[in-house]
Design a protein around this ligand. Structure first.
Ligand code: C5P
Length: 225
């Protein structure tokens, strides 16, 4: 947006996919590229906001005039969000956070078994960052989540708004290879806590980001309405 709609606002954006280590050389992760979150950080910066981008392992150029914090694991992401959120006006949680992590992280490289037997990997739940943050949220802070789903997109997204006490959720269908993870384009449905929905066209992640920033401004900060 050309106008400085978010001048004076502090915006935290998370992007990318967390990495959960198994040993010094291996980790579990997901297909998130970070492109959507980086585009949102750029759009918020163009709208005049003071932006901190918390990046989980994205391999992308650092947007200009954005504070970049790099983390790897879900636990590190939680710590970074908790630290940054206190003084933020808006949190936009675009990162794909691993739901589970290996229970034990081996201190040395895990070796093949000599008897060719299978090995088991025990996973434990990671904390839900949005649920944790919703407990310290003040009334004037806005939290936007993402819902990447392969099925029952809108029903699942609506449940997440409630469970995570969000102001808004950006739902996208990752079963469609034209949009979503690692693609250039996206199509999003913006859902609000009051049940309203707005669907964007299939457009570039940059355009979706710009719509998102405009929508956040109009919904939550434009007192004239
Ligand atoms: O429940 P689900 O992972 O689909 O919810 C997606 C939203 O929740 C995203 O905004 C994601 O960043 C956030 N999330 C989180 N902590 C987790 C898992 C997801 O904050 N452990």
């Amino acid at each position: 947006p050309a106008k400085q709609l978010l001048a004076g606002k502090r915006v935290i954006v998370t992007a990318g996919g967390t990495r959960e280590p198994l040993d010094p050389v291996r980790y579990l992760t997901n297909r998130s590229s970070g492109k959507m979150g980086y585009a949102i950080a750029e759009a918020a910066q163009s709208a005049g906001a003071d932006v901190t981008l918390i990046s989980a392992n994205a391999v992308l150029p650092t947007p200009t005039n954005v504070n970049l914090v790099r983390i790897q694991t879900a636990a590190e992401l939680l710590a970074a969000v908790e630290e940054q959120f206190q003084s933020a006006d808006i949190l936009i949680m675009a990162a794909a956070v691993a739901d589970y992590r290996p229970e034990h992280v081996a201190s040395t490289k895990i070796k093949k078994r000599t008897d060719n037997q299978t090995i088991n990997l025990k996973l434990v739940r990671n904390p839900d960052i949005l649920q944790t943050i919703s407990k310290i949220k003040q009334d004037d802070q806005i939290i936007v989540g993402f819902a990447a789903e392969t099925n029952d997109l809108l029903a699942n997204a609506a449940k997440k708004i409630k469970a995570k006490k969000l102001d808004m959720i950006v739902a996208n269908d990752v079963s469609n290879p034209q949009i979503g993870f690692n693609s250039e384009n996206n199509q999003a449905t913006f859902l609000f806590a009051n049940g309203q929905q707005v669907k964007t066209d299939i457009e570039s992640k940059r355009e979706v980001a710009s719509h998102l920033i405009d929508t956040i401004y109009k919904r939550f900060f434009n007192q004239a309405k």
